[in-house]
Each structure stands twice: as structure tokens, then as C-alpha cells.
Design a protein around this ligand. Structure first.
Ligand code: BEZ
Length: 211
């Protein structure tokens, strides 16, 4: 059965461009982003890995470790990294898992046979510090991902893990948020001292509490 939100992320040991890793040990106390791409030496994937390398500082700021995966082997990944660095003006600074036997791909349901039975789709898993799956997104091979959106979701996931709030459509860090339905009107002032607007009984807005 495929993975669902709230499930424990499967653990595995695999060869990567930074040596053999055990996934849960490698994550340690950090959050994680595991993302798959269809194949090495392909154009969209080249731009994606370059983009992630340039965003490493943003992931670090959020205590998030990033790891990529494709079904090619380590030698291929290492050769391709040279091209990524050259063409995307970056230095790949995160491990890429080699998964020629589809071991990890099958654990995370990254092979969608009606798209391709030979290559992983563009999956993204955000994993919390508790090793549970917080977000799953799947893109087809033809569409490169928006990694600013992944960072935006991580901001929301980390905020809502710590405060009784949710984030509205198109929210970005720093904007007002929605007070959770579980918070009673009479408790709002104590919980949200910056104030709030009660637009409807179910729609109560407050400034982002950790800003
Ligand atoms: C790409 O990364 O450009 C790509 C990979 C597989 C199929 C189509 C495009």
C-alpha cells in the first residue's frame, strides 16, 4: 500500500554520492526532503538538482536535510554532478541515492507504471523530525518542480506543528494565519496576544504568532 500522510517514513540503507547511508540515522533530529527524479543526464532533472543546490542555505535555515534519488548508479550520478555544476553554476551539496534495484523507489511508491515502469516519477516527501511523512507531492517527468513552493510548505508545516493555526491559500511566511477551530473564542486573547479578526465564527485571522 502506498504511503500516506502521518505514516512513519520507511527506513533503508543505500549507496549515495556521499557514501552508504542509513536514512533514519542520516536524518538524525532534522526534517528531511526526499525527492526522486526520472534519470541522470536529462535536462529538467539537471535544472532541478542545480536549483536545490543553490537553495541549500534555505533548507539549512529550516533544519531540513535534502536527499535526491534516481534509479541510476553512483558512478553515473557522480559523472552527472559535473554537468550539473557546470551548467547550473552550482556545487551539488547534498547526496543522491543510487537505486538501480528500485528498492527505495518501491518503498516510497515512486514508480508509477502507467507513467513509466523503468523510471521514478518526480516525487517529493517532506519528513518531520519525528520521521513521519508530512507532505507528498507527485509531478510528471515533463514538469520541473517549484522548490520555492516546497520551502513555503515547510514554513507552514513547521509553524502549524508548533501553534494552533493553519495557513490560508497562497500564504507565505510573515503573513496572517487562520486560528484553528479547536481554539475556543474565549481562549484566543491569551493564546494570540497580537490580536485577531473574527470574520465568521469559523474564520478567525491573527498575525503569524512566531514573527
Ligand atoms: C528531464 O529531466 O528532462 C526528463 C526526464 C525524463 C523524461 C522527460 C524529461
Amino acid at each position: 500500500m502506498s504511503l500516506r500522510l502521518g505514516d512513519l517514513a520507511p527506513d533503508f540503507t543505500a549507496e549515495t554520492t556521499e557514501g552508504k547511508i542509513n536514512f533514519h540515522e542520516w536524518l538524525g533530529t532534522s526534517w528531511g526532503v526526499l525527492f526522486s527524479h526520472p534519470a541522470d543526464f536529462t535536462p529538467v532533472c539537471t535544472t532541478e538538482l542545480g536549483t536545490v543546490a543553490k537553495l541549500k542555505g534555505e533548507f539549512d535555515k529550516r533544519n531540513v536535510k535534502v536527499i535526491a534519488l534516481s534509479v541510476d548508479n553512483v558512478a553515473s550520478h557522480n559523472n552527472w554532478i559535473g554537468d550539473i555544476n557546470e551548467t547550473q553554476a552550482c556545487s551539488v551539496n547534498f547526496p543522491i541515492i543510487a537505486d538501480p534495484e528500485f528498492t527505495v523507489a518501491n518503498l516510497f511508491d515512486m514508480i508509477h507504471p502507467n507513467a513509466s515502469d523503468k523510471f521514478t516519477v518526480r516525487s517529493v516527501f517532506v519528513i518531520g523530525a519525528d520521521k513521519k511523512v508530512k507532505l507528498i507531492i507527485t509531478y510528471p517527468a515533463s514538469t520541473g518542480r517549484n522548490f520555492d513552493e516546497i520551502l513555503r510548505v515547510i514554513d507552514s508545516l513547521q509553524l502549524t506543528a508548533n501553534y494552533s493555526v493553519a495557513t490560508p491559500a497562497n500564504w507565505v511566511d510573515g503573513e496572517d494565519v487562520v486560528i484553528s477551530a479547536s481554539v475556543k473564542d474565549e481562549d484566543i486573547e491569551a493564546k494570540f496576544p497580537k490580536g485577531y479578526k473574527r470574520i465568521k465564527p469559523y474564520l478567525r485571522i491573527t498575525p503569524q504568532p512566531n514573527r
